[in-house]
Structures are given as C-alpha cells and as structure tokens.
Design a protein around this ligand. Sequence first.
Ligand code: ATP
Length: 333
Amino acid sequence: MASIEFKKVTKSFGDSTVIEDLDLMIEDGKFTVLVGPSGCGKTTLLRMIAGLDPQTSGAVLIDGKDVSHTAPGQRGVALVFQNYAIYPTMSVRENIEFGLKNNKVSKEERKELVESISATVGLSDYLDRKPSTLSGGQRQRVALARAMVKKPAVFLMDEPLSNLDAKLRVHMRIELIELHKKLGSTFVYVTHDQVEAMSMADTIVLMNKGEIQQEASPDTIYREPNNLFTAQFVGVPPMNTAPLGKDGASFGFRPESAALTRSATDAWFQYKGVIMTREMLGSETIYHVKGDRYTFMIKCYEDLFAVDEPVYVGVPADKLFFFGADEKRIAKN
Ligand code: ATP
C-alpha cells in the first residue's frame, strides 16, 4: 500500500516548463485517474512517479518517503502502457513469470504465484498459449498480470485500453475496477477520455496546461464543477455554455437538465428556438435547438420533436451554473 505525494514539483524539458509548483496527494489504495486534454501533462506526472523522467525541482514521495533519488526499479511501482510489451515468442505463463526471474523466487513459489494471478485476471485457461493467439483484451490482461506478479504497491497505467475496440474497452473498464477492489493497491490511471475517468475513478484529477483544475470524486466533478473548464470537460454531450452580458461572465446547463416544450412554461430560464438537428441514439435523443443568440444541445429520453419544429427550452433555476469573467464558478446561493 502506498500514497503518492507531489510537493512543489516543477518539470521542464529544456527551457519549456510543462508543470510548475504542483502539489498533489494521491491517496493510498484509491483508484485515481489523471485526465485532461492531450499535452496537459498527465504522462509527465506518471513518469515522475515511476522515476523514468525525474522532476526538475520539488519532491515526489511514495508512502511518505522521498523517492526523488530512488531508481525506478526500487520504487515499488509497476507500469502498464498503451503499447504493452509482451514477448511474442513466450507463452502466457512465461510472459507472466518473466517479471519474477530476477527476484530469486523459488520454482514452486513462481508456479503458485503465476497460477493465482492468472486466475485473478481470468487467464488460467490460456497459460500455454502464445500471445498471437489471444484477443486484444486477453493480451492486455497478460500485461496486467506481468505487472501484478511483482506485487507492486502502486500500479501506474497510461491509456492501457486505448488500443482496444469500444466494446472491449467497456468490458476491460469493469475488469479493472474489479481488479482494483481485489488487490486494494493504489492505482494511478492516465486517460484523455472523460467517460473512462468518470466510470472508474474514486478520485479524478482533472488537468489542463500543466495545472490541476479540480481534484474530486466523479460525482462532485459532475455536479459541482469549480470552473468553466471542468464544467465543459465532463458530460456527454458537454454542458451548454454561453456568454452572459458583455463582461466575460457566462452561464451553463447540462443537456439533460432542460425540458423541451411546444409552448412557453414558467421555467426560470426560457429560450425560444427551432430544432435544427435530431440525433436519435436509442434510449435518448439529442436535439440541437437554435434561436437568435444561442444554439443548445438538449438530451431527451423521449423522441417527441421533429426537425424545423419551434420549441421552448426550459431550465429550472437550480440547474443553472454561473461563471465569472475569471472562469471560476460563482457559488450557488
Ligand atoms: P497525451 O494525452 O497527448 O499523451 P499528456 O497529457 O500525457 O498528453 P505529456 O506527455 O505529459 O501530456 O506532455 C506534456 C507536455 O510536455 C507537452 O506539451 C509535451 O509536448 C511536453 N513534453 C513531454 N515530453 C517531452 C520531452 N521528452 N521533451 C520535450 N517536451 C516534452
């Protein structure tokens, strides 16, 4: 078990500083997801934890100990990458065992460990197969098993599911959540996919341009975004936002928080428009409603309107978000 702490960490590549004075506490045993757009510094944080690319200044602590000068192999962390390196000529068993070869573990112990870990990740029936005969998800599990065999206190994962097809990705998300529950180790998972972050994390660390925007549970990130960036980053489709007056302030509401009606209602915010497009997604329909000033996306669970139909968008007061010119959320009264 291990917590991870960044203390005033700065990371520069040559004369470009990508992270500056960052403080972050990643709790022991939690599933923490670092999420944010491409280039925001997620992988850089992960590599600093692993010791692959040490920080320029500040300290990284694992389990309360400063590991700034500790070699990667001595940090008790295991890395699982997007392009997981598994050896094509070795069987699944040999691939998993490979991680142990240097650790002077007896043959019997090795066999036992490989078997119990294979069972944990659902590979018991595949131990004698070659990776080329496995599916993408099974290969990903071999990579996980190989990391697990070293019994690391910390698992670091960098977009491990991004090479899998959409269906398998959803399946592996559930498997990772279950694996985390079983192992109880600290998981730090990097992704740019907010759905992945929302569905797996105990804690989301949302980053943009090297800075932490918000660090909270998925529920809090969704319900109580503390700035415009966070509000727009999570949710499918994202929050509708629009300028409010001329002073740089803005307001927003989620596509599922609005009602569409054919005549005016007494909703706190009303906006008259016309349905421009209709995306039928099965259980829900997304309407794009355009008026004089704004176009909003509205998510409905019934498909009641046609393209070109005039409608009213109605939003209750408690579903509206307001942001100042500094893009910070103006707290609800
Ligand atoms: P992505 O989702 O695209 O992988 P990321 O959030 O993981 O992005 P990083 O890989 O951490 O982003 O990169 C953060 C910033 O640091 C980027 O601007 C990137 O160009 C820069 N950077 C990363 N590694 C290096 C390097 N070795 N040399 C120079 N700049 C680098």
